[in-house]
Design a protein around this ligand. Structure first.
Ligand code: AMP
Ligand code: GLY
Length: 426
């Protein structure tokens, strides 16, 4: 089969590696890809929002399957556009991708169908939102309604701070049109776990759990980022929690979307918080997490192409989704200064150390080949070093050892990815 993968980050490199393991694959293209993906796929210089060009390419090359796992093109209707041309595509249609694209939609869905989540109110008017804040308890959580690169969430400790937050979102439009509407919700506490699932409109199959580390600094300090590291599985996602989520969250969400006339197909990402009152949904995403995919996909035994096809055909119930009984840890190597201000174009050394090393991956997140043919940094999050291990502790030791194999000027990483695991031993 000829497959076209849309995107060019660390997540797409992990997806490309999983597709590449399928005996069904004859040719893999990636648009636009990156310097790492180029080692296992043919990269084509078409942007992820250039639907017309992507469709033209898919027709010209007689692509059998296109795979998309990015919020912007999914919410903008890339799947609908491909389907309208009779092309087979794995991803979520726009009318269902709204589960990520609009926080007010997803919160209202959860309320209507009794899916546990933080209490909230939706506002379209800054004055009414500010008035409501006078009666809130603190801290309180403000969320811009639309897509904001994972940055549209403010946790405010006081009324003054929250009032300024409302002005930033709704009046100054810090997150653009994403702030035309906003959600104000109750602050929850507890450990966060991500559970990704394949969905075919009706059936849902869960992947192994994972945990992200969103803050830039060790000990979860400093600014929020797109994610500085992950591990899978999460030992905090116990059998009891799994049972509660299966009962109250997973199938209920799929059924709710179908009942709304928005059948969900693709990857559904449940951002969960383990609160004192049980697991609650923090957010839904309509795609593989980044960098969750980097630790989940290397552990997946089932052929990814088979799973994508079953999702398209509505036959996911016939797939046995299996994962290795091992663990994976991902350490993100970022450019110094990320997420605020950082330089690009630094030469990356040591990538060859990952060649033919089973159980180790160096996924490229922000890299490119420069004019001299050298692989250089091209983003804030540059590389995702992933290692497998028999246990999480072993995977973590392996990942940190492998993180020393690569370097570039002023590179930065967190040193405590998966450190929470140590608490488990006490
Ligand atoms: P979101 O974009 O909705 O995932 O939010 C980003 C991050 O903000 C989450 O991963 C949480 O760490 C935090 N967050 C969001 N909503 C809440 C909430 N209601 N209570 C506490 N933390 C939250
Ligand atoms: N790692 C969080 C996300 O992909 O949204």
């Amino acid at each position: 089969m000829k497959v076209l993968l849309v995107g060019g980050g660390g997540r797409e490199h992990a997806i490309a590696a999983a597709l590449n393991r399928s005996p069904k694959l004859t040719k893999l293209y990636c648009a636009p890809g990156n310097a790492g993906i180029a080692q296992i796929a043919e990269c084509v210089p078409i942007g992820v929002m250039e639907f017309g060009k992507l469709i033209e390419f898919a027709k010209e090359k007689e692509i059998d399957l296109t795979v998309v796992s990015m919020d912007d093109p999914l919410c903008a209707g890339i799947v609908d556009a491909f389907e309208a041309e009779g092309l087979r595509v794995f991803g979520t249609r726009a009318n269902a991708a709204i589960i990520e694209g609009s926080k007010s939609f997803s919160k209202n869905l959860m309320k209507k169908y009794g899916i546990p989540t933080a209490a909230y109110e939706v506002f379209t008017d800054a004055e009414a939102a500010t008035e409501y804040l006078k009666t809130s308890s603190y801290p309180v959580v403000l969320k811009a309604d639309g897509l904001a690169l994972g940055k549209g969430v403010l946790i405010c400790g006081s009324f003054e701070e929250a009032k300024a937050g409302v002005a930033e979102i709704m009046l100054d439009k810090k997150f653009g049109d994403a702030g035309n509407e906003m959600v104000i919700e109750e602050f929850m506490t507890g450990r966060e776990v991500s559970v990704l699932a394949f969905v075919d409109g009706k059936h849902i199959k869960l992947m192994s759990s994972a945990q992200d580390h969103k803050r830039i600094g060790d000990g979860d300090t400093g600014l929020n980022t797109g994610g500085m590291g992950t591990f899978s599985p999460s030992p905090f996602y116990t059998e009891e929690i799994d049972r509660q989520c299966r009962e109250q969250i997973y199938q209920k969400t799929v059924d709710a979307m179908a009942a709304e006339g928005r059948p969900f197909k693709g990857v559904l990402y449940f951002g969960l918080m383990m609160t004192a009152d049980g697991p609650k949904v923090v957010e839904y995403n309509t795609r593989f997490g980044d960098p969750e995919a980097q630790v989940v996909l290397p552990r997946m035994k089932t052929d990814l192409i088979d799973v994508c096809e079953a999702c398209i055909d509505g036959t996911l119930d016939q797939i046995e989704l299996e994962f290795e009984e091992n663990a994976a840890v991902c350490v993100v190597i970022a450019a110094g200064g990320y997420p605020v201000k950082y330089e690009k174009g630094k030469e990356i050394h040591g990538l060859e150390n990952f060649e033919n090393k089973e159980g180790y991956y160096c996924f490229h997140a922000g890299t490119k080949v420069d004019g001299r043919g050298k692989i250089v940094t091209n983003g804030g999050r540059v590389l995702n070093v992933v290692a497998l291990g028999g246990t999480l502790q072993e995977a973590r030791a392996n990942a940190y050892r492998a993180a020393q194999w690569v370097s570039f000027e002023d590179c930065y990483m967190r040193h405590d990815i998966g450190k929470a695991l140590d608490e488990m031993k006490q």
